[in-house]
Write a protein that binds this ligand. Structure first.
Ligand SMILES: Cc1ncc(COP(=O)(O)O)c(C=O)c1O
Length: 392
């Protein structure tokens, strides 16, 4: 699963090298002190090259990346942005931060955006859609991109949970207008905290970059103190130590991905064997070759049984990847603190009356995390525990 499993001496050496070369921690300026070291810029270039996208801008978190990406698209008050009911709360928070209105569509058995419900949710105020590639698996991007094209909508991919994944050979995050990533401590590539905005369109990149630095245009013709500006912004700057760590983690990514995919195959085979006599449904994966190997997900026949099986697994010492243990942070149907006061939702039971389809699917799901350091013995123990849990 996470980059923290493989963080170590190489990252420590990269951090020390920043201090050995002037110790400038700010991503730009201070040219006389830094011996030509610009780690954040280097990381942006390497990361965008890796994804096959032209421009990358690094920021302080995945949440900041979403907001900065939306700002880059020019999203603001009066605009509606459609996203999905199964996501981390940050996706909806970023839309709200821009003063826009979040409109939430159901997910289907892919656990990602249901294209049919996306189309139903479009109004004349819809400006953009945020498909979220949850738990390592790309959404149905062919369908989503076709709908977006038909309705002239911008597409921002929330790729926080699917870094390294692909869709028909192209990097997740490189398919729409903007791709946003998270490098927090639980992600495949980690800089502790951090995020990235990718785009092929210079206009979007420029607007996003300026917004993330108080409107600074980083005009090479003038010193920073006299920098030009045309819009207000905020501070979401990544700093040099994160850039240095990110570069090392990026080098480790191919090996890490290969290991995750192999470990997922091993775990999935075990789950399929243990559940061979059960009515178990596996998560639908639109492009199995592009799965980044994050987790193995299956659905029990009803929510109550899923709860019992999860509890029995937990009692035997095994954990989950958000489903079901952190569902409350990943399902809009439980977010009364956000939607309870909004006009279309006030007084309604969000799960029963608004996102019923999503709730019925999500509450039946069990997601088993895949780890980098997962061996055959662990998988065998988990298989035995699952066998026991299914009898619970
Ligand atoms: C789908 C999704 N979007 C956005 C984020 C926010 O990323 P960060 O924690 O870097 O702010 C997360 C974090 O887990 C996430 O899972």
């Amino acid at each position: 699963m996470p980059g923290w499993e493989i963080i170590g001496e190489e990252e420590r050496a990269a951090v020390n090298a920043v201090f050995d070369n002037g110790g400038v921690l700010f991503r730009q300026a201070f040219a006389g002190l830094r011996n030509g070291v610009y780690k954040v810029k280097e990381f942006e270039q390497a990361f965008s090259r890796h994804a096959g996208v032209q421009y990358g801008h690094a920021v302080t978190s995945g949440t900041a990346a979403l907001k900065v990406g939306l700002k880059g698209l020019g999203i603001g008050p009066g605009d509606e942005v459609i996203t999905q009911s199964h996501t981390f709360v940050a996706t909806v928070e970023a839309i709200l931060e821009c003063g826009a209105t979040p409109v939430v569509a159901d997910v289907n058995w892919t656990l990602n955006l249901d294209p049919e419900d996306l189309e139903r949710k479009i109004t004349e105020r819809t400006r953009a859609v945020i498909p979220v590639h949850m738990l390592g698996v790309g959404a149905q991007m062919d369908e989503i991109l076709a709908i977006a094209r038909r309705h002239d909508l911008k597409v921002l991919e929330d790729t926080a949970q699917a870094l390294g994944g692909t869709y028909h050979g192209k990097a997740l995050g490189a398919l729409g207008d903007v791709g946003c990533y998270s490098f927090d401590h639980g992600k495949l590539l980690t800089t502790g905290e951090g995020g990235m905005v990718l785009t092929d369109q210079h206009e979007i990149y420029f607007r996003a970059r300026c917004y993330a630095d108080h409107g600074h245009e980083d005009n090479p013709a003038v010193p920073r103190g006299e920098d030009t500006r045309t819009c207000a912004g905020f501070n979401y700057r990544m700093m040099e130590l994160q850039g240095a760590i990110g570069l090392v983690q990026l080098q480790k990514l191919p090996g890490s991905l290969a290991k995750h995919r192999a470990n997922k195959a091993m775990l999935q085979a075990r789950v399929e064997h243990v559940t061979r006599n059960e009515e178990i449904r596996l998560r639908e994966i639109p492009d199995p070759d592009g799965d980044n190997g994050d987790s193995v997900i299956f659905f029990l026949d009803d929510a109550a049984r899923a709860k019992r099986v999860a509890r029995a697994l937990q009692e035997q010492g095994f954990g989950f990847k958000n489903l079901p243990d952190a569902l409350n942070w990943h399902f809009a149907g439980t977010w009364d603190h956000i939607f309870g006061d909004m006009a279309p939702y006030r007084g309604r039971d969000l799960e029963r009356d608004v996102w019923r389809q999503s709730g019925e699917i999500l509450r039946r799901a069990i997601a088993l995390p895949v780890f980098y350091k997962m061996d055959e013995a662990y998988v065998a123990r988990l298989g035995t525990a699952l066998e026991k849990a299914l009898q619970a």
